[in-house]
Design a protein. Structure first.
Length: 74
């Protein structure tokens, strides 16, 4: 199986609870295998998502929004 990874820039995260919230929402998307977050406290954090197929950016944005944070437009 081919894996696809994508990096997303997310603002508003400040702690491990923020990371857990974003990770939990993204893991609910179809095909997501793993989520890792490089937390930049109060800045723009990098969220790397590995999935079975490329994800719809609108679905990713909605999941991050649901967690209470904002996806930075590319």
């Amino acid at each position: 199986m081919t894996m696809t990874t994508a990096d997303y820039q997310v603002t508003g995260m400040t702690c491990s609870h923020c990371v857990a919230s974003v990770t939990e929402e993204l893991e609910e998307l179809d095909g997501v295998q793993s989520v890792s977050v490089e937390l930049v406290n109060g800045g723009t954090s990098t969220v790397t998502v590995a999935s079975a197929a490329p994800l719809d950016v609108n679905a990713v944005s909605a999941a991050i929004d649901e967690a209470g944070y904002a996806l930075v437009a590319p």
